[in-house]
Design a protein around this ligand. Structure first.
Ligand code: NAD
Length: 418
């Protein structure tokens, strides 16, 4: 990232950074530490265009917790532009600070907000820690003032830590349980297939992951919303889970994150009971593996996704976050004729059936042991993975001139302020 400095026009000695800078990507392992405001805005606009084309009858007003990236952002765009819903987005993003760009989720939310207002859709934003009572209180006050009631609550947080209401900070870990794990993985920055070895999680790490990514905080949100009287009759809430194929189980389903997801599922049943008097419901939706900041951090998964993408694209069944969310809302949550298998025996909504197709998974099992750095581009769609990954941060987006200096201090309307 280039940053130029200018002298204060009032001729004082203060040197202040110019807001317009040329933004370059900076990859560090599985994250990018910069984000491009124009690239992020183009991504959001493209998703909006696709959602507009898919009209369905959905919620009136939705609260999306974790609304700035990945599945949460796609949920927000999907219900706003597919069903005309008002949306309150809660997220935890970093604004630009002098020479530092804002985070991608900040730019995404600013772009969404701008479009929604232009298009006459009610949109409010809270940038704060969703795990805190303060953010919950702020959301309730905003709902009461601007939305009156909400009828859809999406819980789509992915976080490495959570400070609970007693001030205790829990950390989540991505580790196997019970025995060590060694498996294949890929470095997202270098595209090299290698091996990863992980020691089994300690009890403390298991408990920490459940405290962060399990259902405790979702339940707190729903109890708070319910007792504040801001839930409409028939209100639904959905949290997202993943099951995936056997080769990801040691690190996912049977690991610390899987334990947290099992807790989330148990919590769905509790919340479902709480919402019965309102004729409402709580569900888990089992989604497909997609490229997001959260999934990039899970060992094994980026390599698995690269192979998956190659096969799904070849079959014409490839889907991204928005495809999944539109299918979830239009075809599962608000649809009348549920397709066979849309709800499984555990009562979970399933939109992972194209990923879990038996023939496709057999083919992945065949490829998995033989994929190497050398044959990666033939056996997997790592280029596609990498492009999606860079796009998450607004890079390599078509029709963006990355040589041009851009305004990085993008404003975002927060907390119901005009
Ligand atoms: P993501 O990293 O793209 O999004 C995480 C969101 O959480 C962001 O909006 C971020 O601002 C917000 N957030 C994080 N900490 C917060 C905090 N303390 N307060 C407020 N907001 C906070 O992640 P994602 O992949 O879209 O994951 C969302 C959910 O979907 C997770 O439950 C994940 O397990 C699930 N899921 C993901 C995949 C996948 O392949 N990515 C597949 C199935 C299910």
């Amino acid at each position: 990232m280039l940053h130029r400095k200018e002298k204060c026009p009032r001729r004082c000695d203060e040197v202040r950074p110019m807001a317009k800078i040329r933004v370059e990507r900076r990859l560090r392992g599985f994250i990018c530490t910069t984000a491009h405001p124009v690239g992020c805005a183009r991504n959001v606009e493209a998703q909006i265009g696709r959602a507009r084309a898919s009209k369905f009858s959905g919620p009136r007003n939705a609260l999306i917790i974790g609304a700035s990236t990945g599945y949460g952002l796609a949920s927000r765009i999907g219900v706003a532009y597919g069903a005309g819903a008002g949306t309150l987005g809660v997220f935890y993003e970093r604004p630009a600070d002098g020479e530092r760009t804002a985070s991608a989720g900040w730019y995404n939310s600013a772009a969404f907000d701008l479009c929604a207002r232009r298009d006459g859709l009610l949109a409010e934003n809270i940038n704060g820690d969703a795990f805190s009572d303060g953010t919950k209180g702020k959301a309730i006050a905003l709902i009461a003032e601007k939305f009156k009631k909400i009828d859809l609550i999406i819980y789509s947080l992915a976080s490495p830590r959570r400070t609970d209401r007693f001030g205790v900070t829990h950390k989540s870990a991505l580790k196997p349980i019970g025995k060590p794990f060694t498996g294949k993985t890929i470095s997202v920055d270098r595209g090299e297939v290698g091996s990863v070895s992980l020691e089994p999680a300690t009890e403390e790490e298991i408990d920490g992951t459940v405290a962060v990514m399990g259902g405790e905080d979702w339940l707190l949100w729903m109890e708070a919303l319910l007792s504040a009287g801001v839930l409409a009759n028939g209100a639904r809430t959905i949290a997202y889970g993943y099951l995936g194929p056997k080769l990801t189980w040691p690190i996912y389903r049977d690991g610390t994150i899987g334990r947290a997801k099992a807790h989330l599922e148990e919590t769905a049943k509790k919340i479902d009971g709480l919402l019965k008097p309102l004729d409402g419901s709580a569900r888990i939706s089992i989604n497909k593996a997609v490229v997001t900041q959260a999934s990039a951090a899970i060992p094994v998964v980026p390599l698995y996704i690269s192979i998956l993408f190659k096969l799904m694209k070849a079959r014409g069944t490839h889907e991204d976050c928005l495809d999944q969310m539109l299918r979830l809302f239009a075809g599962r949550v608000y649809g009348s004729n549920l397709p066979v298998g849309a709800v499984d025996v555990e009562g979970r909504l399933r939109i992972d059936e194209l990923e879990m197709d038996g023939d496709l998974q057999n083919e992945i099992e065949r490829i998995w042991p033989i994929v190497t750095s050398e044959n990666l581009h033939r056996l997997a769609d790592f280029d596609g993975y990498r492009l999606d990954f860079l796009n998450l941060f607004g890079f390599d987006v078509g029709a963006v001139d990355y040589g041009e200096a851009v305004e990085v201090a993008v404003p975002l309307k927060l907390d119901g302020l005009p």
